[in-house]
Write a protein that binds this ligand. Structure first.
Ligand code: FUL
Length: 477
């Protein structure tokens, strides 16, 4: 018994053991980006289509004022930390001069065939200090060899070009949309491939890992991050950063479950919430009056980043080769709105107490000290505990941000937020969402409430919770 007691003491004087699965440092850095942009641009832009057949002549591609600095400057003002470009969409047209095909910018009139959109974007990203990612559609409706092994080699070769010619890449997008009808070198037919085996994805991923070891690989099932199972830009309120890794592959049919992750997953694979600022991914002039409103975008932020995901917001570049002024004004106004809603943390200077603490290094004050890598943790084996926040005066709140220290895993399964009434009774806040998982970041919005004592009750957790941040705001929503 004595030995056991001293062991326990020793354990509780140090950091909790990781609770598997845990993210790689790259996955943590990726999730900390929180919001980044997508750019859809290519022949579809000039033909007013969402998917083209693969037979649009390269002469159609002629953006007269293309300016990647205009894109990136806009994105930076909209708070985006990176940008992913459709280097090749399903139509097979390459926005860089690939040496493996002439179906690219090299055959277009743009910059007399000397241009390279990927290069211009990578240079603009370096200049303005954001990261670049690439989308290279596996499905290619142009190539005659699509469906054969020859095409798969072609695809790997193109991936290798993108991984070696443009500096650091933060994310590589493997789209699940695959197979079907197309031009295919003039065959004009339907080609079906086996989505789970045709591309031999593990081999494609090994190319990325070898050439860009810090890049996050996106697909329906990761391995770096996963699709959230809808193109509307939100994740479930309950959202595990885990997947049963062997089950999910690009084109996975039960994609609705990706909104929530797999609570019993064996691999870390957090969700990326993709959506377009307009109804379409590509530019269509008749959608100029259908750009998402600041209110809609703000709500999406709370339901993506605030639901333990990242937000990948698409900007359809126009035929001129620019981000449309309506889109850029809207995106900047949205960012300003979030910055003002989440500006004054009313828990600053508050006293944090807990019903259980493993040792002072992991005390409740660590959830309010503003440092990401310090956290409150109760003793090992404690899976339910409260953290109480006492402010100097009454504060009116309608939003609380919670964060778990994810390098040690995602732990919290259920919690409730309460405030103390003037007669000393704890009353849960009224929120429209279930309060279950937390993860990297959970933003809980609720009906406004005024109090000077608040508490976050962790009701259940996979192991002792590790909470590195709690903030309180009045957003006025
Ligand atoms: C989908 C594609 O089919 C759409 O065109 C778009 O690129 C979207 C982001 O992914 O699977």
């Amino acid at each position: 018994m004595t030995v056991l007691a001293s062991n326990l003491l020793a354990d509780n004087n140090s950091a909790p053991e990781p609770c598997l699965p845990v993210p790689s440092p790259q996955q943590v850095a990726w999730q900390q980006m929180e919001t980044y942009a997508f750019i859809h641009f290519g022949p579809n832009t000039f033909t007013d289509k969402e998917w083209s057949y693969g037979d649009t002549p390269p002469s159609a591609f002629n953006p007269t004022r293309l300016d990647c600095e205009q894109w990136v400057e806009t994105l930076v003002k909209a708070g985006m930390k990176g940008v992913i470009l459709t280097c090749k969409h399903h139509d097979g047209f390459c926005l860089w001069p690939s040496r493996y095909t002439d179906y690219s910018v090299a055959s277009s009139p743009w910059r007399d065939g000397q241009g390279d959109v990927v290069r211009e974007l990578s240079q603009a990203c370096k200049k303005y200090g954001i990261k670049m990612g690439v989308y290279l559609s596996p499905w290619d409706r142009h190539q005659a060899s699509y469906g054969t092994q020859e095409y798969v080699t072609y695809y790997y070769n193109q991936l290798e070009e993108l991984m070696t010619q443009y500096g650091d890449v933060f994310e590589v997008w493997f789209d699940g949309a695959n197979g079907g009808d197309g031009w295919y070198g003039g065959a004009n037919e339907k080609r079906e491939i086996d989505r789970s085996t045709y591309y031999n994805y593990p081999k494609a991923w090994s190319i990325v890992n070898r050439l860009q070891p810090d890049a996050i690989i996106f697909s329906d099932g990761g391995p770096g991050c996963r699709w959230v199972g809808n193109e509307k830009g939100f994740a479930g309120a309950t959202n595990w950063a885990f997947l049963r890794m062997k089950e999910v592959y690009p084109g996975y049919p039960q994609y609705e479950e990706l909104q929530f992750g797999h609570s019993d997953g064996d691999g870390w694979c957090a969700s990326e919430c993709d959506t377009s600022i307009r109804p379409g991914w590509f530019y269509h002039a008749d959608e100029d009056d259908k750009v998402k409103t600041v209110e809609q975008l703000t709500d999406l932020y709370y339901r993506s980043v605030g639901h333990n995901g990242t937000l990948l917001l698409n900007f359809p570049v126009t035929r001129d080769g620019l981000i449309h002024p309506i889109d850029s004004a809207r995106a900047v106004a949205w960012r300003e709105r979030i910055a003002s809603e989440l500006h004054d943390n009313l828990f600053t200077g508050a006293r944090f107490k807990a019903t259980d603490t493993r040792c002072p290094d992991f005390g409740p004050d660590k959830a309010g000290d503003g440092y990401w890598d310090t956290y409150w943790a109760p003793s090992d084996g404690t899976t339910a505990a409260d953290i109480i926040i006492r402010t100097k005066e009454d504060v009116t709140l309608d939003c609380i941000i919670l964060q778990e220290y994810i390098p040690l895993g995602q732990r919290v399964k259920e919690f409730v937020i309460e405030s103390k009434t003037c007669c000393g009774k704890w009353v849960p806040v009224i929120t429209q969402e279930e309060t279950t998982t937390v993860g990297y970041k959970r933003i809980v919005r609720f009906n406004k409430r005024t109090a000077s004592e608040w508490r976050v009750r962790i009701l259940d957790s996979r192991a002792c919770p590790c909470i590195n941040n709690i903030e309180g705001y009045y957003t006025g929503n």
